[in-house]
Design a binder for this molecule. Structure first.
Ligand code: FES
Length: 92
């Protein structure tokens, strides 16, 4: 099972398998997706979720502020649906 992920505003699209993180899939597709720690600490991979649903392995990394802002950690999030994400520094 795979899901289509679109990154705005660049308009990049790629497929993410259900068992891989958004970051893993982006790097596999050659996308210059910002990241450093891959552990939910540095926040360089954080996108805004515009539509769709993701899941995290426990413990969920999101604070109440993250949830209120629809922040999504690309390095830890697995898609549950097709997604539209926003990250201002990802370029086509
Ligand atoms: S790569 Fe550091 S929080 Fe995701």
């Amino acid at each position: 099972m795979s899901y289509r992920v679109q990154i705005q505003p660049a308009g990049i699209e790629f497929l993410v398998q259900a068992n891989e993180t958004i970051l893993e899939a982006a790097l596999k597709h050659g996308i210059d997706f910002p990241h450093r720690c891959r552990q939910g600490v540095c926040t360089s991979c954080v996108c805004r979720l515009r539509s769709g649903e993701v899941r995290y392995n426990a413990p969920e990394p999101l604070s109440d502020i993250d949830k209120a802002q629809n922040f999504t950690y690309g390095c830890l999030a697995y898609p549950l649906t097709d997604l539209v994400l926003h990250h201002p520094f990802i370029r086509a």
